[in-house]
Design a protein around this ligand. Sequence first.
Ligand SMILES: [Fe+2]
Ligand SMILES: [Fe+2]
Length: 309
Amino acid sequence: MLSGTQFIKQSVSLHLFFARIMKEHAIFMKLGFTPKNSTFAEQADDFNVKFEALLKEVVDLSKGVVSPDVLKSGEIVTPYTLNAEKATQYFTGVKIDTKITVEEAILNGHISVEPNPTLESKLGMVNKKAIELISGLIQLKKMVLSDVLSCKITTSNYPMMLEHITEEAELYLHMVKKLQNQEEIDSEKQSLNQIIFWNEIMAEHSKFIRGLLDPSENELIKLANKFANEFDKLEEESKAAISTPRKIDKVTRDSLKCTKEIQDFKTQGTQGILTCKIKSIIIPLLSDHVLREANHYLRLLKKYNRIEQ
Ligand SMILES: [Fe+2]
Ligand SMILES: [Fe+2]
């Protein structure tokens, strides 16, 4: 059973991270359709607008109640998010409310939160709205994937990417539902499941990056491939730890080490894309997006590994 203040803290950190992630998935989907599938593009854009509104609402409710470690982690915004949004708007014409990003960058962290029943009930409504929105977006992602796999349509998003963003949405939905049932989402009991999930996600990011770099970017492609292999291995090892719990500590440490390395790789990648030094077909906002997901995973791993942040 969650206390009122735990409910507040966990709801805001969950949405600050994931509502932005969903909004960007909708943008990536929208940009991937051909002119023939403009109806799908409109549906994706509708989710972009709705998640943006949800995020804005959460940012307004977050003032004074976000944990400093969440803000510090770089999972909400990074030093590159604003420029990545501006570059993405410039290249594609997609509309992005960058004021939200500016506001998020100046949010202050608070360790202790006072009980606040009004805020609790407002966040309860946000959670309810989020459940509806995420479920709708999952449906759209699954429909698009199924049409791609049955060769009814084509998009510039890999089928694996469509599956990947569906899985992220499903995790978000699962956690919001738990919060609405007053259940803990931050407990260490769920650590192994989170480690398995995010190791797979990191492996897939490496594979997307490998496939979206210009074929002439040999060194970066080799590095991305190295990360893909390492995280594939870590995913297997973390799955094996389900039946051998004594291996959990080691796989947590190894995942932490590898995630720090991929965080560095993604940071350099985002810088390189924003300064036009890397040749690729990576949308600038996608490079910042995958960096934020690594930052989120790194915060979780540090917590599981009890390392001082
Ligand atoms: Fe994502
Ligand atoms: Fe991802």
